[in-house]
Ligand binder design. Structure first.
Ligand code: ADP
Ligand code: MG
Length: 243
């Protein structure tokens, strides 16, 4: 379960302040997919980074599995973070490592024994349909395959929460639809809780049990099921955004 209360992020630059998140409150029950849609610059990536504590929120709380990440210090934060897998728009794989070595990288950091790492990588790669590409290098993979590796790596530590920042944004529409279906299957099989950020309304409606609409300045306009957003948009902004 992810719970975010009144989250604010202000970036201070030399001559100005950028308000990237303006009091975001949302809650994602365990085993649910929550999509966040917003245009470019709305604050989507900032939200993901603040949830993962890769960026420090200016105010507000992020609670994951009952632990308020904004209040705990290094050891407890590391422990909670292990439950979180993050997938970005570009998979950010290590080019010099094989697919299997990319997936098992987080396990190396956690000092998992080699045999266990290899077994886990094999298991995850078969989950994402890449059982036969374990020894390939990222440069030998398609964009869709690279993102599958990114998902497998995010799950390596048995993360039960995935934060996904436009992970399929750079893929062509057919591959994108394929990966959306696969993600749903994986989510159902593992019971993963997902916060999925995208600028694509169709993608948000396909994946999200709940969808939050974020307007420029990091302001939540409305949260609801796809049906609710379509049938009773809370503002002209939402109506226009969801079409
Ligand atoms: P999105 O992912 O929805 O496109 P971002 O979260 O990347 O939006 O950015 C939200 C706003 O915060 C934008 O105005 C962006 O320019 C600003 N911003 C993001 N990161 C930084 C940063 N490190 N320093 C200053 N401004 C930033
Ligand atoms: Mg972004």
């Amino acid at each position: 379960m992810i719970s975010v209360t009144n989250l604010k992020k202000v970036y201070r630059q030399a001559d100005r302040e950028v308000r990237a998140l303006d009091g975001v409150t949302l809650s994602v029950p365990a085993n649910h997919v929550h999509a966040v849609i917003g245009q470019s610059g709305a604050g989507k990536s900032t939200l993901v980074r603040c949830l993962a504590m890769l960026d420090r929120p200016t105010a507000g709380t992020v609670t994951i599995g009952g632990v308020n990440l904004t209040a705990v210090h290094s050891t407890a934060l590391r422990r909670s973070r292990r439950r979180l897998g993050v997938v970005f728009q570009h998979a950010n794989l290590f080019d010099s490592r094989t697919v299997a070595a990319n997936v098992s990288y987080p396990l190396e950091l956690a000092r998992t024994p080699r045999a266990e790492r290899l077994a886990r990588a094999a298991e995850l790669l078969s989950l994402v349909g890449l059982a036969d590409r374990q020894d390939a290098y990222p440069a030998q993979l398609s964009g869709g395959q690279r993102q599958r590796v990114g998902v497998a790596r995010a799950l390596a530590n048995r993360a039960d929460i995935l934060l996904m920042d436009e992970p399929f944004g750079a893929l062509d529409p057919i591959v994108r639809t394929e990966l959306q279906c696969e993600l749903k299957e994986i989510q159902r099989a593992l019971g993963t809780t997902i916060l999925f950020v995208t600028h694509d309304v169709d993608e948000a409606f396909t994946l999200g049990d709940q969808v939050a609409v974020l307007s420029t300045g990091g302001h939540i306009e409305q949260v609801g099921t796809p049906t609710e957003l379509l049938s009773s948009p809370a503002s002209p902004f939402v109506a226009e955004f969801v079409g």
